[in-house]
Design a protein around this ligand. Structure first.
Ligand code: ZN
Length: 175
């Protein structure tokens, strides 16, 4: 049985990892009235390192409460039946108009000891978080308040591109 996974992001979210051979999974935003914020996820995707990181970062969480899981599966079933009826009545595919939100895989910009190099650990961010949250791995996330975003003046995918710099004040917190 696939694992039920909840999207904790406010907007629709897509996760894909081609190396798992699984199709991308699309969630609606948290609190979606049709409960599409919870989707079944194949074990192969669950074992993806990037998926595990998204779980650790709180992008997704695993639904382990049986009662809640059953309630959501019932909602999905009702939803599916309603969609089928709509299709029969309208005679067209049910199209999801909301843009989906991709997971961006990037590298941690935390300090690598006192070497002056960057940590480089893989970090997953949602498109919504990009330019808002500094890319930091679990070990470096406590340094988040030290990072300041500076807009580069460029716009990438409709969002202002930023560079992150770290304030000198916090260097005593280096690992
Ligand atoms: Zn790091």
């Amino acid at each position: 049985m696939p694992t039920m996974v909840r999207n904790n992001q406010l907007g629709p979210t897509t996760f894909s990892d081609d190396s798992t051979g699984q199709k991308p999974v699309v969630w609606q935003g948290r609190g979606d009235p049709n409960r599409q914020d919870v989707r079944p996820v194949h074990d192969a995707l669950l074992e993806s390192v990037y998926f595990q990181q998204a779980l650790e970062n709180g992008v997704f969480s695993i639904l382990d409460n049986d009662q809640e899981r059953r309630a959501i599966q019932d909602a999905h079933r009702a939803n599916f039946q309603a969609a089928q009826e709509r299709r029969q009545h309208v005679g067209e595919e049910f199209i999801d108009a909301q843009p989906s939100q991709d997971i961006i895989v990037t590298e941690c910009i935390g300090p690598k000891g006192h070497t002056g190099q960057l940590c480089g650990e893989t970090v997953t961010l949602t498109a919504e978080q990009r330019g808002v949250v500094p890319p930091l791995c679990l070990r470096h996330i406590p340094l988040k308040p030290q990072f300041v975003a500076t807009p580069t003046g460029k716009v990438v995918d409709g969002k202002p591109e930023v560079t992150w710099s770290r304030s000198k004040l916090g260097q005593t917190l280096d690992h």
